[in-house]
Design a protein around this ligand. Sequence first.
Ligand code: GDP
Ligand code: CA
Length: 333
Amino acid sequence: MKIAVLAGGVGGAKFLRGLRHHLSIVHPDGEGGHTDDVSAIVNTGDDVWLTGLKVCPDLDSIMYSLAGANDEVRGWGRAGESERVSAELTAFGVGWPWFTLGDLDLGTHIARSHFLREGLRLTEATERIQSRWPSIGVRLLPVTDADVPTFVSVTDDGVETQIHFEEWWVKHRANIPTKGFVQRGVENASVTPEARAAILDADVVLIAPSNPVVSIGTTLDIPGVRDALAETTAPVVGVSPIIDGSAVRGMAAACLSTIGVGVSAEAVGLHYGARANGGILDAWLVDATDAAAVPALHGAGIRSRAVPLWMHDDEVSGVLAATALKTARELAG
Ligand code: GDP
Ligand code: CA
């Protein structure tokens, strides 16, 4: 089965680990000739050129997590990390002192930047980088090869300005008057041929429970992505990142409020919209605590079902991924 998953960083990673876990149970080692082919189409809006290096936080969060090389306690970066190089850079006054790049993590950014300077596209560089961990089992595809960084319109000390998304989140913790999000260069960007083909050739398209604004929203706004989602014959099933009126972790609530969308599973589902009405969803999974949202979603043409959405561990996330696939199968036939 070919599965395409639209994903941001940490929420996307947890969901992909669950999906991989589920598939490893139903088709161990491709048993019975069943091989599954999972492509993650990953947000690039958080990406930044820093100290001469291309940093791709969401691609790396997913890669480290699927490789089992992530720091589970901190929730981001590599396990067993040290920060000697960052300390040195700070002494030179280079980079962002509030944005620590670990030494092992810097290895990834140096390798990626090297490949890009050799002329590889980000998609090709990502393929080379992820081959370091053959066990990942998911093809990581940046949604675009272009630089389309997300900037945030804010008022800082009474002055209206735009700051990079990472500065808004990591430095300000979203705690600054915020007007909106801007994807610089989006008009000249396009979805990669690989990401487009992954959507068009998929048997199932899944929308991970990732930030609906700065992970999934920024991915959908890359020219060509919505067209591919409209064109594909695969059912599109999304999973709500909002449970019982709150983002489980991270800044999704602040992002939704900024764009005027309610912080609820229902509001996010309606914001994505039914594919039949120009939106992206055929079905939307909400948490069991949000069961009351189901009728309104049905009314809007989105098949909806209420199931537990907390992704505590791979097993639990695997059950969620299985439900998403089952919902897709029901839609398909
Ligand atoms: P980021 O790029 O690291 O911010 O990660 P994503 O965009 O992939 O996902 C972040 C969002 O995932 C959070 O704001 C939450 O709304 C959502 N999320 C995190 N953990 C869970 C979980 O266990 N269940 C669900 N349903 N959503 C989650
Ligand atoms: Ca992110």
